[in-house]
Design a protein around this ligand. Sequence first.
Ligand code: DWN
Ligand code: ZN
Length: 411
Amino acid sequence: MSEKEIPCRVCDAKIRPFMTFGPMPIANGFLKKEETPGEYFFEMEVAFCEACGTFQLAEQPDAKRMFHENYAFFSSLSRHMQIHFQKYAELVKDRVLKGRKDPFVVELGSNDGIMLRHFSEAKIRHLGVEPSKNVAEAARQKGVNTISEFFDLALAKKIVAEHGHADAVICANVMCHIPDINSVAAGMAHLLQKDGVLMFEDPYLGDMFSKTSYDQIYDEHVFIFSATCVGNAFKKHGLELIDVLPQPTHGGSMRYVLAPKGSHPVSPNVPALLEKEKSLGLDRAKTWEQFKSNCEKSREDLNALLKKLKKDGKRVVGYGATSKSTTVLNYCGIGPDLIEFISDTTPIKQGKLTPGSHIPVKPYEAFAENHPDYALLFAWNHATEIFEKEGTFTSGGGKWITFVPKVGIIE
Ligand code: DWN
Ligand code: ZN
């Protein structure tokens, strides 16, 4: 436990970081060789607040370092995620918008329009709020109304003045990125109609603990949420947790459904999940001490495996230069000596080096045209989609390495 005391980002209680992952660069800060000397690092420490149940980063780099005109992550690159967001949009239409006159939907962090395009195509009034200008432009190209700004109460007021209150406010993999959760929750509460619904999903704390998927923790993910913490964080802004819907995406996520208190019935799913979180100890600091030793064991095992393969003269490459891989590579101290390159389909990442660890990122063809002996699956959350299309890698004798939930070779 660190000596340093910090205020909890949700409830202001005094808390102490229980673990550091060491100096960490910007997770999506892929860089050219000539940029490496001035590379930015911050100490990535995590803390848990027992008062409100919030798992959080002790320090987060300035938002402008992470979200800008060269943001490297485009949601629409995964086919499975496209289907996921189409279904999410259908649920919002059916469960929230049905029967409402001229409904209005706002999505925060709408990325390249992967979800809002389904509202745009159905001629439903919508607005995307996406601070990263390049992905916002990609959304506009698809006919999705998008503004490039950071969301807070002031922006919520501006949106209401221009478009009226929203029937649905939706987000995916966004809330856990925003450090000032109280300002955003206040903005959301203001933006919603009296009977409006807020839905958001993010990687789930329960999955991160059970799978030791510590790679969910990086600069952008200032929170890893649970139902306990979400219920507490939104209560003071008049919003009540009315449902929780587990999702398979991003290695195990939870969709939280909230509404102004008393406006909608509360599903039995909510008390059931709160009870489960208690019984798993997700709300107790002691559990996070256990998580810390699980991470250390995972780091030892991954290093041992990669060093053994190198000694045996095997070629190992990475698959998917994910944000998550930045945490793994820097926490485990893995560099180009152990991993030849990482293949990734995102053009903006290709030809650059991974943040901090400086492993070359190459286009997909570098993998496909010269299969390695082993591929370390950094994009493990997309395993089903990837295994479906990489049959020739394994049929030709190639093997996958994973580190979630345990380090090992997939036989
Ligand atoms: O919350 C966030 C999530 C939603 O997305 C952000 N903070 C940033 C990002 O996290 P990530 O980079 O860990 O996400 P993914 O979806 O795990 O990234 C997959 C990466 O792998 C992309 O760079 C694309 C690449 N990829 C590939 O090369 N071949 C992906 C697939 C499916 C493939 O077949
Ligand atoms: Zn707290």
